[in-house]
Design a protein around this ligand. Structure first.
Ligand SMILES: NC(=O)c1ccc[n+]([C@@H]2O[C@H](COP(=O)([O-])OP(=O)(O)OC[C@H]3O[C@@H](n4cnc5c(N)ncnc54)[C@H](OP(=O)(O)O)[C@@H]3O)[C@@H](O)[C@H]2O)c1
Length: 193
């Protein structure tokens, strides 16, 4: 995989196509659940945002899940579920993340279009939008200052855990969510209410 500093030209545009080809070899003719979780985020003031980093975030956060869905399209069928990863940042201003936020807005929008286009095949498509979750991406929340910033915008007073998101992804992937499609579910402990 290219390093984060590699030029965009070094990031092959067909990564999702290659991954989909590998997935097809593994799962055969049917795919029940697709969760596109990979993502990257870098903070920058508007004035400091570089084109290079902007393109890198769009390549990983938007282009990859879009074409992963496209390339796997023959496999999902009646009852299959696709879940993409959005973010609280897509609907609210949090930190210096305007470019990252734009990538997640560009996840929420195709979710609705995919859901409409694939619904007749019985395929559901949704997104989850985590708030601050304790992973490497949001390690700022491990400092006292970051923790207080985070708690200050949440109704529930703890830092979100990966399991908090995984459980909602599991719900959306399951038959319990059989009547939910085209939606983005907020998973942020009541962030920015
Ligand atoms: N943590 C949060 O506060 C938060 C909030 C809202 C939304 N999200 C979203 O939740 C998702 C998961 O993020 P996270 O918190 O788990 O972040 P993370 O701890 O930084 O992990 C990111 C994951 O994405 C993978 N990845 C990154 N670039 C990739 C690439 N070019 N090709 C393949 N895989 C790549 C990484 O794989 P490697 O480990 O192999 O590099 C890693 O598994 C992301 O879509 C993120 O935008 C996170």
């Amino acid at each position: 995989m290219p390093t984060p500093s590699a030029p965009i030209s070094a990031r092959p545009p067909d990564g999702a196509h290659k991954l989909a080809a590998e997935v097809r070899k593994l799962v055969g003719a049917r795919l029940d659940i697709l969760v596109a979780n990979a993502g990257i985020a870098t903070a920058a003031k508007i004035e400091d945002q570089t084109v290079e980093e902007f393109d890198r975030m769009f390549a990983v956060n938007v282009r990859a899940p879009f074409f992963l869905v496209q390339q796997l399209l023959p496999l999902p069928g009646e009852g299959s579920s696709v879940v993409l990863l959005s973010s609280l940042a897509a609907r609210a201003s949090v930190g210096l993340l305007p470019a990252y936020a734009a990538t997640k807005g560009a996840v929420d929008t195709p979710v609705k279009h995919f859901a409409a286009l694939l619904g007749p095949r019985g395929i559901r498509v949704n997104a989850v939008a985590p708030g601050v979750i304790d992973t490497d991406m949001s390690k700022f929340a491990r400092s006292e200052e970051g923790r207080q910033f985070t708690l200050g915008m949440q109704a529930l007073q703890r830092i979100g855990h990966p399991d908090d998101v995984a459980d909602v992804v599991g719900f959306l992937a399951s038959d319990s969510a059989r009547w939910v499609t085209g939606d983005t579910v907020q998973v942020g402990g009541g962030s920015k209410l």
